[in-house]
Design a protein around this ligand. Structure first.
Ligand code: BTN
Length: 241
């Protein structure tokens, strides 16, 4: 079993960056939960920045990649963990493959997973109590940004979310190490915003429209249209109808 260690900062550039810079101090068999009240250089996926004023939840979970598993799938398992944690608070969140957390068709969070020196660095950013002035500055291509406070959930406390996460995540991590994504498929489908949708997706060599078909066992998005079935390990969803 893993030992849990919590590390908290009042302010830091990025919890993911801090974790990568300090990996040589990490102990084996330990899961680190690195949190901060605010980030000065928060990192999002696809080289975007992640706006990180006070009031948000910024956490990087670090653990050794013992079984050489796939980073795409831990992103999804983390997204499922977040959605089920909030479901217990009667807050309905959804996952937009591959790493977005959605509430009321608005993006309120995201996950940035990285592999560094055989450690997983799984960064979670959730807009919990962010005010309108901050949200207005965030430009999102598909789902507009919001915070849970702006969506009507006023009494969330970041420290409680951390404690909930510390309670659930290690169990899900163990399950994922044992069975990969398989165990999580039905739960993923419960939160999956793409079910029954037509998707326009693009990555380097492919650009197609099609109906969402399913999630592959390695976390890949599988869509189909009249002529083809296409599999995407990553990519940008440009439109959902
Ligand atoms: C995304 O683009 O949707 C992923 C955002 C991930 C942001 C989190 S906040 C905590 C951790 N530290 C970072 O610099 N990024 C991640």
């Amino acid at each position: 079993m893993y030992t849990i260690e919590k590390i908290h900062f009042a302010s830091i550039n990025s919890t993911n960056t801090w974790a990568k810079d300090n990996i040589n101090t990490f102990k084996p068999n330990t899961i680190y939960f690195v949190t901060t009240d605010t980030q000065t250089g928060g990192k999002g996926s696809k080289d975007r920045s992640w706006s990180s004023p006070k009031g948000g939840f910024y956490c990087t979970i670090c653990f050794p990649n013992i079984n050489k598993l796939n980073p795409n799938t831990i992103t999804l398992v983390t997204a499922i963990t977040i959605c089920s944690l909030f479901e217990k608070k009667e807050i309905n969140l959804q996952i937009k493959w591959p790493n977005d957390i959605i509430c009321n068709n608005k993006k309120i969070g995201g996950i940035l997973s990285e592999l560094h020196d055989d450690w997983f660095i799984v960064g979670i950013g959730l807009n919990i109590n962010l005010e309108k002035e901050h949200i207005m500055k965030i430009k999102r291509p598909l789902f507009p940004a919001s915070s849970l406070k702006l969506e009507g959930y006023n009494d969330l406390v970041c420290n409680e979310i951390l404690n909930d996460l510390i309670n659930i995540f290690p169990k899900n991590l163990k399950q994922w190490e044992d069975t990969g994504l398989l165990h999580f498929m039905s739960e993923f489908n419960k939160f999956n915003i793409l079910i029954n949708k037509i998707i326009h997706i693009k990555n380097m060599d492919k650009d197609i429209h099609g109906a969402y078909l399913k999630l592959g066992i390695n976390g890949e998005l599988i869509i189909s249209n009249a002529t083809e079935i296409e599999t995407f390990l990553n990519g940008d969803i440009l439109k959902i109808t």
